[in-house]
Design a protein around this ligand. Structure first.
Ligand code: MG
Length: 278
């Protein structure tokens, strides 16, 4: 099932996407639908054509900061180390977790504010984001997918100068409009476990990232088991699993984003998340 959040003339709602037809539900966004424990048996309370609606991010206002994985693809670990003039040791005993604040998630076709008054090295990171569907505590890896509602695409926009100036990445990842999420959330029944999906990004039509979500160093069962051992994950929690190689800082010299650039992040089975740098 493909779920999105839409705005019509008179209201905002979570809708089921079937081609060009959108079936409205009684929930104001997909996060509310997830928190209500809904996946099947969703009643439609109205029917629209896609062209009548404005598409919002499926979770426009996440309840909590997004949990992100850092350096979770081996080839990206190598390019990140090179950017910081360090050697990559190759061993990673534990995942790197960090947090990304999102006030309002930017939708498909939305503008990403580059904050160029304080940012000189704006970068893109195409990522598979996991949406938790039910309260997860002490989950065993073999049961982890029971707790996943679905998947979406997240562009972990990053200000490299702020990310490296501060000891922690929080500020450099959390400026307003730094988190495009969408276009939709696709439920797990549409995918195999674990999902092995082509993941790509394009800047102004040029392919930059080209990998597969089966190359995660720490996979989805590991992440959910590891986090939920001592930390309760509530329904609607967003976990962004990290980005593959090919980000702007990975090039020599680096190729950072400029005002007016078009960035498209694409994951097979979920779609394309297109944004313009403003
Ligand atoms: Mg990232």
């Amino acid at each position: 099932m493909i779920l999105g959040t839409f705005l019509s003339k008179d209201r905002q709602f979570a809708g089921i996407v079937k081609g060009e037809t959108i079936f409205a539900t009684a929930y104001t966004d997909v996060q509310e639908l997830i928190k209500a424990g809904k996946k099947a048996d969703l009643n439609s309370v109205g029917e629209y054509h896609f062209s009548e609606l404005e598409l919002l991010s499926p979770i426009p206002n996440p309840d909590r900061d997004i949990i992100c994985l850092g350096i979770n693809y081996a080839a990206h670990a190598v390019e990140s180390a090179r950017f910081e003039n360090k050697a990559f040791g190759g061993e990673r005993p534990c995942p790197i977790y960090f947090s990304k604040r999102v006030d309002t998630a930017v939708p498909h076709n939305g503008i990403v504010d580059g904050h160029f008054d304080i940012v000189d090295s704006l970068d893109y990171e195409a990522e598979l984001a996991v949406i938790i569907g039910k309260t997860a505590k002490n989950v065993k890896p073999e049961n982890a997918f029971d707790y996943v509602f679905g998947y979406t695409i997240l562009n972990d926009i990053s200000a490299r100068n702020l990310q490296t100036a501060h000891k922690q990445w929080y500020l450099g990842k959390s400026l307003d409009a730094f988190t495009p999420i969408g276009p939709y959330i696709v439920t797990t029944d549409e995918f195999s476990n674990p999902p092995a999906l082509a993941i790509k990004s394009y800047v102004n039509g040029e392919l930059r990232q080209n990998s597969c979500t089966d190359k995660l160093i720490f996979d989805i069962p590991y992440i959910i088991a590891d986090l939920s051992r001592g930390m309760t994950l509530q329904p609607g929690t967003i976990i962004s699993t990290g980005t593959p190689d090919g980000v702007g800082m990975g090039f020599v010299p680096p190729r950072f984003l400029q005002k007016g650039d078009e960035v498209i992040c694409e994951i097979d089975g979920i779609g394309k998340l297109r944004n313009i740098i403003g």
